[in-house]
Design a protein around this ligand. Structure first.
Ligand code: ATP
Ligand code: MG
Length: 529
C-alpha cells in the first residue's frame, strides 16, 4: 500500500469482486452511513416508491441485491419531494461501470473519460453513474446516447418505430440533440487508477464514494440521495431544507462554481423558471457579472441547454427569467437587442404567446420542434434585417431568406442549431408570402408542402398579433378541412384574387393594404406593435 510501490495500472482494468474493492465504498445498507450526511428516515420525508418509475426501482433493487449501494439522485429526488413527475430517474452507485454492465443484459456503457451505464427499458433509459471522485469530469459532461446506440441495444425498440410524420421524428430528435455533435476525447481510464503490486486499487481519480460525489453537484436541491436500502434520504449540504423552502443555492462558493462551469448560470435560470424557486442572493449575485463567460461554452452544449429552457414546458417563464437576469444577451444577442429596443412590440408578444402555446403542447404530450422555436426566437431580428432592403422587396422570398440567414449567423456561434432545424425554419419563413397570397393550383401545392403545418401555425400567430391578415388564416383553415372538390374550387377562386371573392379574395384584398406587415413589422417604425 506504500505510495512507492504503487504503479499506474496499464492493463485493462479487471473487474473487482465486491469484497475486493479497496476504495472504501461504504456498504450498501445505511448502517454504514457517512459521517457528514444528515439521514432523513422514511417517515421524515414524502417520497413514496409508488411514484418512482418501476424500471428505476428494478435497477436500484438489482444493484442492492448484488451488494452495492444504490441511490436515486439529482433532479428526480428533488421533483419527488416537490410532488412533481420527474423527467428522468438517475441512479448513483458504488458499483463500477463494468460491474453494472454485468448485472443488466440491456445495458450499455457510454462515455470515455467517465463511463456511465445506460440500462434500457424499451425507449426509456435509466442512467447509472458510479460515484464520482473529485478528479472526475463534471456530471454535465455525460454523453447522451445516439440514435444508433438506442437502435443497437438488444430489446430496444427502433427509435423510429412509432413515428408517423416528420414533426414527431423531429420532436424525438430533441431527446438527443447533441448525439452527433458531442465532443468525445480519447481517454485511457487506466492512467487514472493507481494500484499496488497485487492490482489492488489505491486511488482512483475518476470513481469515488458518495462523500466525493456530492460536492461535484451543482445546487443543493440537486444533491439529495434516496437510498433504496431503507428508503431514507441522505443530505450533505442542506438541500432538504432548501427544497422545502423552494430555494436555489449553489454548493460551495458561487463565483468559483460558475467559473468552473458557466452553464450553471443557465441551469439556475432554468430551475428558477421550472420550479418557481427563488435564487438565494449569493447564488444570484455573480450572474450579472459573469454571464459573459457563457460565450466560452461550446455552442453545441448551449443548444442543448436552450432546448431544455424552452421546450420542456416552462419556455415562457424561461424567457422572462433569462431577460431579467441578463442571460438573453449572451445566448441570443440579436433577440436581446431587439426586445431592448422594442419592448412589448408585436413580435415580442407573439414570441411569448408562441412559447406559451409550446408549453401547453408539452404539458399535453404533443410533439414540439426546435425549428418552430427558433423561428419564434429570430422573428423580430429577421424583421429588422428585412427592413434594411427596399420596401418593394420585403415580400420576396430571397429577401426573407437572406434575413433569416443573417439572423441565424448571429445566433450560431452561441447556440449551434442543427442544420435540419435551420432548414425547417427557413421553409417556414419562405412559406409566409405563399400563404399570404394563395394563387390557384399553387395553393394546392402549398398545402402539400412538408412544412405547411408549421408555416401555417406561424401565419396564424402573426395574424393574432396583427402581422398577417386574419381572413387569409380562415381561408387556409377552410382549405384544410375541405374535400378535394371543395379545395379545387377554393384554389380556383383564389386564382383571380383579389377579385375572386370569398374568404380568399376578401383576405387577399385586405392583405394588400397590410402586406408590409411581414417579418418583424410591428417593431421599429412599423405598424402592428
Ligand atoms: P431536470 O432533469 O429536471 O432538468 P436535473 O437536476 O435532473 O434536472 P440533469 O441535467 O438531469 O438535471 O442533471 C442530473 C444531475 O446531475 C443534477 O441534478 C446535478 O446533480 C448534476 N448536474 C448536472 N449538470 C451539472 C453541472 N453543470 N454541474 C454540476 N452538477 C450537475
Ligand atoms: Mg434529470
Amino acid at each position: 500500500m506504500q505510495e512507492g510501490k504503487a504503479r499506474y495500472y496499464r492493463r485493462p482494468p479487471q473487474l473487482l469482486k465486491r469484497n475486493e474493492s479497496t476504495l472504501n465504498f461504504t456498504p450498501a445498507s445505511s448502517e454504514a452511513a457517512p459521517r457528514l450526511a444528515r439521514i432523513i428516515p422514511r417517515d421524515g420525508h414524502s417520497i413514496s416508491r409508488s411514484r418512482i418509475s418501476p424500471d428505476a426501482l428494478r435497477v436500484l433493487y438489482r444493484l442492492r441485491e448484488a451488494g452495492f449501494q444504490a441511490f436515486l439522485v439529482g433532479g428526480c429526488v428533488r421533483d419527488l419531494m416537490l410532488g412533481l413527475e420527474p423527467k428522468d430517474f438517475d441512479v448513483a452507485t458504488d458499483a463500477l461501470p463494468e460491474q453494472v454492465k454485468r448485472l443488466f443484459r440491456n445495458c450499455r456503457l457510454v462515455g470515455r473519460r467517465f463511463r456511465l451505464a445506460h440500462v434500457f427499458f424499451g425507449r426509456d433509459i435509466i442512467e447509472v453513474a458510479t460515484f464520482r471522485a473529485s478528479g472526475a469530469p463534471l456530471p454535465a459532461d455525460e454523453p447522451v446516447p445516439t440514435r444508433d446506440e438506442l437502435d443497437e441495444v438488444e430489446g430496444g425498440e427502433s427509435a423510429d418505430s412509432d413515428t408517423t410524420d416528420g414533426d414527431v421524428a423531429e420532436a424525438n430528435a430533441v431527446m438527443d440533440p447533441l448525439a452527433d455533435s458531442r465532443d468525445v476525447h480519447d481517454f485511457d481510464e487506466s492512467l487514472e487508477r493507481v494500484v499496488d503490486e497485487s492490482g489492488r486499487i489505491l486511488r482512483d481519480n475518476i470513481y469515488g464514494s458518495i462523500d466525493d460525489d456530492v460536492w461535484r453537484r451543482d445546487f443543493t436541491c440537486n444533491a439529495l440521495y434516496y437510498n433504496i436500502a431503507d428508503f431514507s434520504v441522505w443530505d450533505y449540504c442542506g438541500g432538504f431544507e432548501d427544497v422545502a423552502a423552494r430555494r436555489l443555492r449553489l454548493i460551495g462558493d458561487p463565483e468559483t462554481r460558475y467559473r468552473e462551469d458557466p452553464v450553471r448560470m443557465l441551469r439556475a435560470a432554468r430551475f428558477e423558471a421550472k420550479l418557481g424557486f427563488s435564487i438565494e442572493t449569493a447564488t444570484a449575485e455573480p450572474i450579472a457579472r459573469l454571464s459573459d463567460l457563457l460565450a466560452g461554452v461550446p455552442a453545441a452544449r448551449l443548444f442543448d441547454e436552450t432546448l431544455k429552457l424552452f421546450l420542456t414546458g416552462h419556455g415562457a417563464r424561461s424567457y422572462a427569467v433569462l431577460k431579467q437576469r441578463g442571460l438573453l444577451e449572451v445566448l441570443l444577442p440579436n433577440l436581446a437587442a431587439f426586445v431592448r429596443r422594442h419592448p412589448g412590440s408585436a413580435p415580442e408578444r407573439m414570441l411569448i404567446r408562441g412559447l406559451e402555446n409550446t408549453d401547453a403542447r408539452v404539458l399535453a404530450d404533443k410533439p414540439v420542434t426546435p425549428a418552430f422555436l427558433f423561428a419564434l426566437l429570430i422573428y423580430g431580428p429577421v424583421g429588422v434585417e428585412i427592413e434594411k432592403a427596399p420596401r418593394t422587396r420585403w415580400n420576396e422570398i430571397g429577401t426573407i431568406l437572406d434575413a433569416v440567414d443573417q439572423a441565424m449567423r448571429v445566433i450560431q456561434p452561441r447556440v449551434a442549431v442543427h442544420r435540419r432545424f435551420v432548414l425547417g425554419l427557413r421553409d417556414m419563413f419562405a412559406l409566409q408570402p405563399r400563404l399570404e397570397a394563395p394563387r390557384g393550383r399553387r395553393a394546392l401545392r402549398t398545402l402539400e408542402h412538408p412544412r405547411f403545418r408549421a408555416g401555417f401555425d406561424l401565419l396564424q400567430l402573426r395574424a393574432e398579433f396583427g402581422m398577417a391578415d386574419a381572413g387569409i388564416v380562415r381561408w387556409w383553415e377552410q382549405m384544410q378541412t375541405a374535400n378535394p372538390q371543395q379545395r379545387a374550387a377554393l384554389s380556383e377562386a383564389s386564382a383571380g384574387a383579389p377579385a375572386a371573392g370569398g374568404a380568399g379574395g376578401e383576405a387577399a384584398g385586405r392583405r394588400r393594404g397590410r402586406r408590409r406587415g411581414r417579418g418583424g413589422r410591428g417593431r421599429g417604425g412599423g405598424g402592428g406593435s
